[in-house]
Design a protein around this ligand. Structure first.
Ligand code: SF4
Length: 276
């Protein structure tokens, strides 16, 4: 089966605890080997593979397992995107990233904004982050990106009010904005857009289009949700790859998610008509 965009939440663990983290509080959970095997069992090609978390470079064992399974099953991965906060890097990680870039186009993005900066300062990790960023830029042509270019109240609409960000007050956003540091060029990056739900299966060609996002427990869920909401979706949509395999889990997800969205739309329209 061909999959256009496969997003994998390798871990819910992170090295830092940004106060705007849309995932919520970090958790010591990692994707199992069984889940990785079941995800890739029926795949022949992936156009875009996103390795995410938490901090994905904490999940080196999982990345190595993915490399094993794609080599063993001769799976073609066109592009790999990995987003890291740059706080963990060693020779083992660099060798593994080299391996990822051997048969695929590897795009490493370095997440950074004022919230990351404050957390790196608090934990005395800022210098380390900068050094690691230089290595990743030199070896892998990595590029900076930021979640939020400005953390001020005038741009509050840019801050999605989910996860920990839901608790950020305008007062705190103003404080952060005043602290804004000039040591680092916040303009030198790009914003990664949030992806909408658009997954579709073309049976005649055995191709899955749109984003197939698998959480740390092997559930197909929407991308960019807080961990708690992912778990809620997992309970509602019965879309676990270990129970159903990737294709049937995706079909369950598409069916149940569409029904859910349809119910919400219908209810909204009904209420609109009722109130006019
Ligand atoms: S925003 Fe990213 S780096 Fe910060 S705590 Fe959340 S997952 Fe970790």
């Amino acid at each position: 089966m061909y999959v256009e965009s496969l997003y994998l939440e390798l871990t819910r663990m992170c090295t830092i605890e940004c106060e705007h983290c849309l995932r919520g509080d970090r958790r010591n959970e990692y994707m199992s080997k069984e889940t990785i095997d079941n995800i890739f069992k029926d795949i022949t090609e992936v156009e875009r593979l996103l390795l995410t978390g938490g901090e994905p470079l904490l999940a080196l064992r999982q990345i190595k397992e993915i490399l094993n399974v794609i080599h063993k099953n001769n799976i073609k991965i066109d592009k790999i995107l990995l987003i890291t906060n740059c706080t963990v890097l060693n020779d083992d990680i660099i060798n593994t990233l080299n391996e990822l870039s051997t048969d695929s186009k590897l795009n490493i993005q370095l997440s950074y904004d004022m919230f990351h900066y404050l957390e790196l300062q608090r934990l005395n990790l800022f210098e380390k982050r900068q050094k690691n960023a230089e290595v990743l830029k030199e070896k892998f042509n990595a590029s900076e990106y930021f979640d939020y270019k400005d953390a001020n109240k005038r741009n509050k609409d840019l801050i999605y009010p989910i996860g920990k960000a839901a608790n950020l007050s305008l007062k705190r956003l103003d404080e952060i904005n005043i602290l804004k540091n000039t040591n680092y060029d916040f303009n030198n990056g790009s914003i990664v857009p949030t992806i909408a739900f658009d997954t579709t299966y073309l049976e005649e060609d055995n191709e899955l289009y749109g984003v197939v996002n698998v959480d740390v427990n092997g559930n197909i869920v929407s991308y960019s949700l807080p961990f708690d909401e992912e778990d809620n979706e997992a309970n509602r949509y019965d879309s676990n790859v270990n129970k159903h395999g990737l294709l049937n889990a995706s079909l369950n997800y598409i069916k149940n998610k569409n029904q859910d969205d349809f119910k919400k739309r219908t209810k909204r329209n009904y209420l609109k008509i009722k109130n006019t």
